[in-house]
Design a protein around this ligand. Structure first.
Ligand code: SF4
Length: 77
């Protein structure tokens, strides 16, 4: 389970976030590219847009389920 106290600083504010356990595997951004992207140095991903519709929530949930290290959380503020 992702840890909301370990959010990477590049996440946009909101309930969805990526934490410091991300291993930059590309899975989330290939599934939901409107919401997840790599930071400039390629060290980890971050949330670039919070979901606003049920379809976007589902895309983020699918990305979360695909994360091999459980680094995606939806229990932020
Ligand atoms: S799927 Fe998980 S480990 Fe892979 S880039 Fe996304 S947050 Fe990082």
């Amino acid at each position: 389970m992702a840890d909301s106290t370990l959010k990477v600083p590049e996440n946009v504010p909101g309930k969805w976030y990526i934490d410091e356990n991300c291993i930059a595997c590309d899975s989330c951004m290939s599934i939901a590219p409107d919401h997840f992207a790599m930071v400039e140095d390629g060290s980890h991903a971050h949330v670039i847009k919070q979901p606003e519709t049920p379809e976007e929530e589902q895309a983020c949930a699918d990305a979360k389920a695909s994360c091999p290290v459980d680094a995606i959380g939806d229990d932020g503020e």
